[in-house]
Each structure stands twice: as structure tokens, then as C-alpha cells.
Design a protein around this ligand. Structure first.
Ligand code: PMP
Length: 371
């Protein structure tokens, strides 16, 4: 008998298995409700115009270093631009404020979630991670693998098809000091229902009062509303309150760089402990611990996709063109929702469908219609 015959059976990952079923289906009108990726009106992937421009500039430059190792932390210029995008920092931001954020390049948003979970579980030892119900299924896997027991909070009011503010506040008021709270920064996956700014303010107050550790998953910045600042509003609010928290940032959707695995983990401390922006990148203990975890897993994140993002965000003209591309994607998504809503109403489909217009980027509406 093989040594491995005792391995436990593992259920198939839902989005990836739906995707496999989609690919092998020959029906001419098949619709893919699996992995959340942007598609054009002909059903094809869309490499962003600005990404193609950055790729050709990178190729033309033929920098001799282009296949060298990065540092364990990752590409520092990319990380500075990535944290500017999340926290709204600019040339007027003081080093004291910037130093509250310690950033490490990760294997996209998934890797950032995992690295943050690993850091917290080993060193802060939360008793519980509070995960919204429902959520992106990988949150369960990631925190299970990190060995932190989970509890869920009732995120979604399925009747009203809205964020369940009262249920969330009731549950989280039972959380204990240093418990982790998973929050989707915008475009909650899979419901598309987000808290209002006033509700975010109360969640932030509750986290501060109870000493909870917010953990923002930021997978759709700019992709949700078309406005990168608006989609980071909650994070910037928590930062302004001087809370300590994590942000798992993904560039998969907003740059269309899904398979390139571009992301960052930002750990926000208060008061600031780190000097990770100092010359030479000599960091404090947060950075050293993150790098230690990265080194033992995969040494450093891949460099190709991060180079594209750095090229775009580091150039005013290309950044402007990125905003235009974000506008193309978010407008098309909103137009599709309006068209779907119009058709449901035109056909006299039983039920009310206003949430199709209200919710942001959600897959749940399609599942509602199919089921
Ligand atoms: N978090 C959420 C909520 C997501 O929806 C996704 C992508 N579906 C991710 C994280 C991570 O994606 P990636 O690893 O491609 O950045």
C-alpha cells in the first residue's frame, strides 16, 4: 500500500471545477459562472491597453536585470506605489505616517491573505477569526491551514439582499481582544453588498473598542466603482483612526493580471515600529518576520507582473490610462447589470431584482437567477 494512501479526500475547489466543466461543455450558449474574471462582449479575456503599453516599454528597455532575483521583501518601488494606492499617500505624506505601513510583495491576493494569516496566527495568536457568511471560500481554507479556529458573522441579509449590519454588529460584539475580523474592503465576494460609510464607521469603532484586528481583503480596488480612492475608503478610514490591521491587496482584477500573481500584504502598526522605507530597506521586526515567512515558503514573489504594475503606477501618463481602462471595465460591468435587470423586468420574472442594480460585481445574483 502506498505511503500516501491514507491522505484524506479533498473536495474539488468550486470555482475552478465549475470552470473545468465550462471548458469541456460544448453547448453554444454556455455561460461561465465559475472564476470571477473580466470578459469582453465576445467572451474573451481583455489584456488592458495600458498593460500592453507597459509590456512593450519593458520589452523595449531590455533591462539586463529583468530576470534577476528580487529581494525577499519584493520590488520596493512597486511596494511604495502599491501602498500609496491603498492608503492615498502622496508626496505630502510624512515619513512617520508612511512608516506605519510595512509592505511585502506576495503571490497575489491569495498569498497576501495567507502570509497575513501566518503572521497573526504565529505571533499574535488570535483565539478566533471572524469570517463573513458568506465569503470567498478560500478564506476558510487559508485560516484553517493557518490553524486559527473560525466563527462566522451573518454578513448577508438574504431577504433584503443587503449587508446585515445589525447581525454583524451583534456577532462582532462577542469577539474577544486580538480576534481577527475578515472584511472585504469593497465589492464583497460573493454578495456584492457593502457597508455604507456610516456603517464602516461603526465597525471601526467596535474593532477599536474591543481590540479586534481587522483584516481587509482588497481584491477589487478601482474595479468595483471605477474609482480607486472610493474603493479604499473603508481602509483609509480605519487608518485615520490609528487602528492596527492588515490589508491583502490583489492586482488580479484591476490590472487583469490574474495569472501573473501580483499582490502585496500591508501590515499597519500604531505607533509605527518599522523603518521599512529607510535606505537599504533595513526593516523592523514586522518586516523581518514577514520576510522570514516568505523566505521559508518561496523566497520571494514573482517579478514580471509587479514590474508591469510599477511601470504603470510610477508614470503619471500611464496611470491616467489605467484609470481609463478601469472605467471601461467597471462601466461594462454596470451596463451588463442594467441590461440583465431590464430583461428580467421585461420578461415579468417573479421577484424583485433591484439588487441586480445595487450590488457591486457580485456573482450571487447570477446564481439567484440560475437556481
Ligand atoms: N479575495 C477575494 C475576495 C477574491 O474574490 C479574490 C479573487 N477571486 C482574491 C482574494 C484573490 O485573488 P488573487 O489571488 O488572484 O489575487
Amino acid at each position: 500500500l502506498s505511503l500516501f494512501s491514507t491522505l484524506p479526500p479533498i473536495p474539488a475547489d468550486e470555482p475552478f471545477s465549475v470552470n473545468g466543466a465550462y471548458l469541456s461543455d460544448t453547448h453554444p450558449q454556455k455561460v461561465n459562472l465559475g472564476i470571477g474574471v473580466y470578459r469582453t462582449s465576445t467572451g474573451n479575456p481583455w489584456p488592458l491597453n495600458v498593460v500592453e503599453e507597459a509590456e512593450s516599454r519593458i520589452y523595449d528597455a531590455r533591462n539586463k536585470d529583468r530576470h534577476e532575483y528580487l529581494s525577499i521583501q519584493g520590488d520596493r518601488e512597486f511596494l511604495n506605489l502599491a501602498s500609496d494606492l491603498v492608503f492615498g499617500f502622496d508626496s505630502t505624506t510624512s515619513p512617520q505616517i508612511r512608516d506605519r505601513v510595512t509592505s511585502v510583495q506576495t503571490v497575489s491576493g491569495t498569498g497576501a491573505n495567507r502570509l497575513g494569516a501566518e503572521l497573526l496566527s504565529r505571533h499574535i495568536r488570535p483565539k478566533t477569526v471572524w469570517i463573513p457568511n458568506p465569503t470567498w471560500a478560500n478564506h476558510h481554507t487559508i485560516w484553517d491551514l493557518a490553524g486559527v479556529p473560525e466563527k462566522s458573522y451573518p454578513y448577508y441579509d438574504a431577504q433584503k439582499k443587503k449587508f446585515n449590519y445589525i447581525g454583524t454588529m451583534e456577532s462582532l460584539s462577542k469577539a474577544q481582544k486580538n480576534d481577527v475580523v475578515i472584511l472585504h474592503a469593497c465589492a464583497h465576494n460573493p454578495t456584492g453588498a457593502d457597508p455604507t460609510p456610516t456603517q464602516w464607521e461603526s465597525i471601526a469603532r467596535l474593532c477599536a473598542e474591543r481590540g479586534l484586528i481587522p483584516f481587509f481583503d482588497l481584491a477589487y480596488q478601482g474595479f468595483a466603482s471605477g474609482d480607486a480612492a472610493q474603493d479604499a475608503w473603508a481602509i483609509r478610514h480605519f487608518f485615520g483612526l490609528e487602528l492596527e490591521f492588515c490589508v491583502a491587496q490583489s492586482f488580479s482584477k484591476n490590472f487583469g493580471l490574474y495569472g501573473q500573481r501580483v499582490g502585496a500584504l500591508h501590515v499597519v502598526s500604531f505607533p509605527s515600529l518599522d523603518k521599512n522605507t529607510a535606505a537599504g530597506g533595513v526593516g523592523g521586526d514586522i518586516l523581518a518576520n514577514l520576510c522570514h515567512l516568505v523566505r521559508g515558503e518561496y523566497s520571494m514573489a514573482p517579478r514580471g507582473g509587479a514590474e508591469i504594475v510599477r511601470t504603470v503606477l510610477g508614470d503619471a501618463e500611464l496611470r491616467g490610462r489605467w484609470y481609463e481602462d478601469l472605467g471601461v471595465m467597471s462601466t461594462r460591468i454596470q451596463d451588463m447589470r442594467r441590461a440583465l435587470y431590464g430583461e428580467l423586468v421585461r420578461l415579468g420574472t417573479p421577484g424583485s431584482w433591484e439588487h441586480v442594480l445595487d450590488q457591486v460585481c457580485s456573482a450571487l445574483i447570477l446564481r439567484d437567477i440560475v437556481s
